[in-house]
Ligand binder design. Structure first.
Ligand code: FE2
Length: 512
């Protein structure tokens, strides 16, 4: 089985394309005349370092129907400036938007100054894009007073308006972290707030049209244009609850591997990712590190691509043998090693893990019987224990884990041993709610309210939509849970529902 899978993955290695293909191909149209703007999907930037950032756009005159750009490559000019008016251009160049990559471009700008804002735009033919704003991070080990970012996840287009992003764009942030479920794969359904275009996503074109529909949303475009983003995926960028090449309903993995490759390719095409994340065959390198001066190391994790299949048949179940399988993995051996080595080497004041699914144990039913969601770390007990043991013994400085996926807000003290209430807290977990997924919600809902009271390490639970802002200084990390009154109608106001503080050198969150 494993060999067959390895063979399949290597056989599909030519399915995608290598980085070199990005720059090859027939001569590009240098000055096409467009009758409507090809910059319908806006601009974005991401993966900042202390000397550079990725600039992104995709040309699409007919975004919901394959882009409408034809089969020829198009030359795209880019420029990045030190001022908002684009009068002090510091770097510029041209790239080719090729049909093989949906006429998307990813410009890796380097040689910029650390820790400052820049502005950028693109030109194609007779058209110019909107101006985006982005920034570089402080140089490694440079003392920094403050880092402020927001994290978000789960933006089901059919279940609500992206009002949260209008509010986020008005915050004062250094970057946005997205923890996955950027799109959802289901076909358009009637009687929802908005309707997906197209069928259940299978082909590259299906996935491209879906990204185009989401990225056509003005609020989402505004948030991308305002800050650099650091993104990772969860399951719905391909299919609900998939694990490696194993599909939810155990469909044949040959077909699913091709579907996964299609989803991964469209993900790369639409996200401001570096060349290191160009998909290869059915794989895409997404886990990667960031450093914000001496203040914070950020480890972005991929808990989908390498995990073993969920035990006990997915969903919420009592514990079966598979939960304690020592060979079961959430990160895969290589990523786990990379994470632990990185944490060991880190010298920053804070160490943040940006990942997808809840790390804390969460018994979902009342009384002595226990049931767990097998898609979360609860289904991978031995792998979780390895990570918590590592945090408890190697003691990286101020570890904090961030997650999404579950469509509600949680604050959890991560105990070394969840069965022992006197066991030390080795890290704090902040789980952010969805942008829209599952709709309006309410302050607390009965199902999770039971879970919140059933697990003594849970410090906070809330079931409204929104996002979380994080303020870090060398002395403390503060989180503010921003919630919307509603998402099924536009223009909801936003409020801070709760705030927590983690102090330097002291694990565990204090309500503020
Ligand atoms: Fe989700």
């Amino acid at each position: 089985m494993v060999n067959r899978r390895a063979f399949l993955l290597s056989g599909l290695a030519l399915y995608g394309a290598s980085a070199r293909d990005l720059f090859a191909g027939p001569p590009a149209r240098q000055s096409p005349r467009f009758s409507t703007t090809p910059f319908t999907l806006g601009v974005a930037s991401g993966d900042p370092t202390s000397d550079g950032v990725v600039l992104w756009t995709r040309l699409a005159v007919d975004p919901l129907n394959g882009g409408g750009m034809g089969s020829q490559p198009v030359q795209v000019g880019w420029e990045i400036a030190a001022d908002e008016q684009m009068s002090k251009v510091v770097k510029k160049g041209t790239v080719v938007a090729s049909p093989e990559w949906a006429h998307a471009v990813h410009v890796e700008v380097s040689g910029l100054e650390p820790h400052r804002w820049y502005w950028y735009r693109f030109h194609a033919g007779n058209e110019t894009s909107p101006i985006g704003r982005t920034r570089t991070f402080p140089a490694a080990q440079r003392a920094v007073d403050r880092l402020r970012f927001a994290f978000a996840s789960c933006q089901h287009y059919e279940q609500g308006y992206f009002t949260a992003y209008d509010h986020m764009a008005k915050e004062d942030l250094d970057f946005v972290m997205h923890l996955g479920d950027y799109i959802y794969e289901n076909p358009g359904l009637d009687n929802r707030v908005r309707k997906h275009v197209g069928p259940e996503l299978m082909t590259v074109d299906d996935y491209r049209n879906r990204y185009a529909q989401y990225r056509s949303d003005p609020a989402l475009q505004t948030a991308h244009a305002q800050y650099p983003w650091i993104v990772v995926w969860d399951d719905h960028e391909v299919d609900n609850n998939y694990a490696s090449v194993y599909q939810e309903n155990n469909a044949p993995f040959e077909a699913f591997a091709i579907r996964r490759a299609n989803g991964y390719k469209a993900y790369y095409e639409h996200m401001p990712l570096r060349r290191t994340s160009v998909p290869r065959g059915t794989s895409l390198q997404l886990y990667r590190p960031f450093q914000f001066g001496a203040l914070a190391s950020i480890f972005m994790l991929d808990t989908r691509q390498f995990r073993s299949d969920q035990p006990c048949g997915d969903n919420v179940k009592p514990v079966c043998e598979g939960v304690r399988d020592p060979k079961a993995t959430m990160l895969g051996a290589e990523q786990e090693r990379w994470l632990m080595n990185g944490l060991d080497r880190s010298r920053t004041a804070w160490n943040l893990l940006g990942q997808q699914v809840m790390l804390s144990r969460l018994d979902r039913i009342a009384g002595p019987e226990q049931q767990f969601s097998m898609d979360k770390w609860d289904g991978y007990e031995v792998a979780r224990k390895r990570l918590l043991d590592f945090l408890g013994t190697r003691k990286p400085r101020n570890p904090v884990t961030l997650a999404g996926d579950i469509h509600c807000n949680w604050v959890n003290d991560l105990r070394l041993d969840f069965d022992n209430p006197k066991s030390p807290i080795v890290a704090t977990e902040f789980v952010g709610t969805s942008i829209t997924s599952t709709g309006d919600g309410a302050d607390q809902l009965p199902g999770y309210k039971i879970a919140a009271s059933e697990n003594e390490w849970v410090r906070f639970y809330n079931d409204q939509r929104g996002y979380v802002t994080c303020d870090l200084t060398p002395k403390q990390m503060r989180t503010d849970f921003k919630v919307l009154e509603y998402v099924t109608r536009p223009n909801s106001p936003i409020k801070t529902r709760a705030s927590f503080v983690v102090e330097d050198g002291r694990t565990g969150a204090q309500e503020n």
